[in-house]
Design a protein around this ligand. Structure first.
Ligand code: ZN
Ligand code: FE
Ligand code: FE
Ligand code: ZN
Length: 276
């Protein structure tokens, strides 16, 4: 039997998503999904409390209540849809111990690793556009810095899934060569670490207009045996399962017929449906 899970969804707690928790679950059911992982943004564990930004992540004191709320949904919807407790956690070099302690404190099913933050600079924030606009050499530098952090994130062992693997393309700024020349190293690092990657429709809703990762990168990852999950990165209930029809076609074209499903941070590979 086939199985379809949206492995990356948010809640209003992060300050830039809409809707009620329960509406995300109901949309997942309406889309015919077998499971939904709720993976809201981790609080800014790597910054002092006065640097908390309520438009980017939940406050630290909110985290236990978030976990309780998702566990309650897991119970309430048992038999109708499987609700998984997840978190989208930023990788920040030098802060691995802090994140490890945070992750150990809760019974997460799945932890997504994201590189949004590079030494005080946001890879995917509109406020970062001036740097991308400095020209091709600077764009290459962004991609190279990002790749270095991504390789470290994979090797850290903290994450089950790496999210939006080629995130710096979000606004349409491509490097002069894939990953500024280190795509092979990135793919090898992910494969060696045993992390899965998400095939995400979110990029299609962004200026770049392309899923994460690009078809070429997905093919390289699949060839290296990297497991895949499907995701929407929904920041609104109606975005749950968004674009999955095309994701399934893309996955099949890359030779991917199974997706990983994480329960208590252990993966099982389940067959994807032929269409949805
Ligand atoms: Zn977000
Ligand atoms: Fe993200
Ligand atoms: Fe997200
Ligand atoms: Zn995200």
């Amino acid at each position: 039997m086939s199985f379809l899970c949206d492995t990356h969804t948010h809640t209003a707690r992060c300050g830039h998503a809409g809707g009620r928790d329960e509406e995300y679950i109901q949309h997942a059911i309406a889309r015919g999904l077998n499971a939904i992982a709720v993976t809201d943004h981790v609080p800014f564990y790597w910054l002092p409390p006065d640097r908390h930004d309520p438009t980017l992540a939940m406050a630290p004191e909110e985290l236990p209540r978030y976990v309780e709320a998702v566990l309650a949904l897991k119970d309430r919807y048992r038999g109708r849809i499987e609700v998984l407790l997840g978190l989208e956690a930023d990788y920040v070099a030098g802060q691995e111990e802090k994140l490890a302690r945070l992750l150990e404190s809760y019974p997460f099913d799945v932890v997504l690793g994201s590189v949004h933050w590079l030494n005080g600079w946001w890879v995917d924030a509109p406020s970062s556009l001036p740097r991308y606009r400095l020209g091709a050499a600077e764009v290459d530098r962004v991609w190279a810095e990002y790749a270095q952090a991504l390789v470290a994130a994979a090797a850290s062992g903290l994450f089950d899934v790496l999210a939006h693997l080629d995130l710096p393309k979000k606004f349409g700024f491509r490097p002069s060569t894939p990953f500024a020349g280190v795509q092979r190293e990135v793919v090898e690092a992910v494969a060696t670490a045993g992390c899965a990657v998400e095939l995400s429709s979110a990029g299609r809703r962004k200026p770049v207009g392309e899923d994460y990762p690009s078809p070429e990168l997905l093919a390289a990852l699949a060839a290296a045996g990297v497991p895949v999950v499907l995701s929407s990165d929904a920041h609104a209930p109606a975005e749950v399962g968004w674009g999955f029809e095309q994701l399934l076609a893309t996955a099949r074209a890359a030779g991917v017929e199974r997706a990983a499903v994480f329960r208590q941070r252990r993966a099982v590979a389940l067959p994807l449906p032929p269409g949805c």
